[in-house]
Design a protein around this ligand. Structure first.
Ligand SMILES: Cc1cc2nc3c(=O)[nH]c(=O)nc-3n(C[C@H](O)[C@H](O)[C@H](O)COP(=O)(O)OP(=O)(O)OC[C@H]3O[C@@H](n4cnc5c(N)ncnc54)[C@H](O)[C@@H]3O)c2cc1C
Length: 412
């Protein structure tokens, strides 16, 4: 069966690519091995955190993590593995954690974060999508005096930062206990309910004629000369003028096209529950010293944490959930949680927080769109726009400024 554009992977990156290509008048088929209800793009924190928020690969991150390991509060764990690629990834991660890279990455984050925020607003205002979206900042909560004092020194821009005392911080998050030192509101950031967003976007795309082939797994790509000639699933075989691989942390198909991307699955967890309305956080918050996020949504609150490397086990591991509860209990008073849903998923993490976007170097009808790590929701609209630009306008990586700036093909 011959198609115009096939997108393999209906996470936020696949759906946003479809949205932008649809606006350019293309015919799109999305194939996903799941049913689009529970993947990484659904269970995440939903933070839109491109502004003034340091990337993972930041100077000092190794030392900070070691400190947390010693305190028994570390959100990061590396499982022993024989996979040499993980150790190469870790070396590259350390090499990227420099001041010079930090400055550049922060500037790129702001550029693509702003494009994304604007596009989320457009989807609500002009396309009539109804998903929970707030542009009311991200509260960075500090539990260590020294870290807080150091951060405050760099927060001079009144448009971007608001420094909050312990008392004011507790107004934003009434469950906090006395151990909290204070917080910094990063005013330009926002948050969404990612599940609602995905549901609304899928509904919109279906209404506009995008074809969804769900519960269908692409097992094998075939190649002829400089093209992907066949896309074989467990049910069928397809051909496409253009194939987009947006398979998140699963790089098996990219590997069939002989790519060895520097990307590793980084497992994380979320716990979603109802809590008394008066105690809900007033905006999204991140315990800066602990790597725990707390996001209010329409009826629930979601806590996310953990970054596990060297595992592909998809199960929710009780020990990790207990550890998240234990860490959050250290800095909060007791509060009631009802209808708890526990979830785990994988971030497609590159060692420098730069995604993998652009035409394949060998096959000229193949486009890659992955590697968004812990920021897929933050940047999904901008990535969709870039994918559309290269396919409908530029046709080459080297003639697209965004690919040159924001793809691991060039920013290794
Ligand atoms: C705990 C946690 C918290 C997070 N918090 C945030 C946050 O606050 N803000 C933020 O911006 N980001 C956050 N992220 C990151 C964000 O969720 C991811 O970057 C994003 O969801 C990745 O989207 P994706 O479309 O690339 O991949 P996915 O959502 O994983 O989608 C890939 C899809 O490809 C399909 N697929 C794979 N292989 C095949 C195949 N062979 N055939 C058919 N289908 C296939 C899968 O079924 C899946 O549906 C978080 C992630 C985690 C784990």
């Amino acid at each position: 069966m011959k198609k115009d554009i096939i997108i393999v992977g209906g996470g936020c990156i696949g759906l946003m690519s479809a949205y932008c290509l649809l606006k350019s008048g293309r015919n799109i088929t999305i194939i996903d091995k799941g049913d689009l209800t529970d993947g990484t793009s659904f269970g995440n924190a939903g933070l839109l955190s491109a502004f003034k928020k340091a990337p993972l690969s930041s100077p000092g991150v190794i030392l900070d993590t070691l400190k947390l390991i010693l305190k028994g509060e570390s959100p990061v764990s590396v499982h022993p593995t024989f996979d040499l690629n993980l150790y190469k990834w870790l070396l590259k991660f350390v090499a990227n954690s420099t001041e010079a890279k930090l400055k550049k990455t922060l500037a790129l984050f702001e550029r693509y974060g702003q494009i994304s925020l604007d596009m989320y607003e457009t989807m609500i205002k002009e396309d009539g999508m109804d998903f929970y979206f707030c542009k009311d900042g991200l509260l960075m909560i500090y539990t260590e005096e020294k870290t807080f004092d150091e951060k405050v020194l760099h927060c001079n821009d009144k448009n971007a930062y608001e420094i909050l005392s312990k008392k004011r911080t507790k107004e934003y998050m009434p469950i906090l206990n006395e151990k909290v030192i204070g917080s910094i509101l990063l005013k330009e950031n926002g948050h969404i309910d990612p599940g609602e967003f995905m549901f609304e976007l899928q509904k919109y795309l279906e209404k506009k004629g995008v074809e969804f082939l769900l519960n269908e797994k692409v097992d094998k790509l075939e190649f002829k000369g400089s093209k992907v000639s066949k896309i074989n699933t467990n049910n069928n075989s397809y051909e496409a003028d253009t194939l987009i691989l947006s398979t998140g942390a699963d790089d098996k198909l990219a590997k069939q096209a002989k790519n060895k991307f520097m990307m590793t699955p980084a497992k994380g967890y979320s716990i979603t529950f109802k809590m008394p309305e008066a105690l809900k956080p007033k905006t999204s918050a991140l315990f800066a010293d602990l790597f725990i996020a707390m996001t209010p949504r329409r009826d629930t609150v979601r806590i996310t944490s953990k970054l596990e490397l060297g595992t592909t086990n998809p199960n929710v591991i009780k020990k990790q959930i207990d550890s998240i509860h234990k860490n959050i209990d250290l800095y909060t008073n007791y509060f009631e949680k009802e209808n708890i849903i526990e979830w785990a998923g994988f971030r497609p993490l590159t060692p420098n927080d730069i995604p993998i976007i652009g035409y394949d170097e060998k096959y000229n009808n193949l486009v890659h769109a992955t590697g968004l790590g812990w920021l897929g929701i933050t940047f999904a609209p901008a990535i969709g726009k870039i994918v559309n630009d290269i396919i409908t306008v530029d046709k080459k990586n080297t003639t697209n400024v965004d690919v040159l700036l924001f793809s691991a093909f060039y920013q290794g």
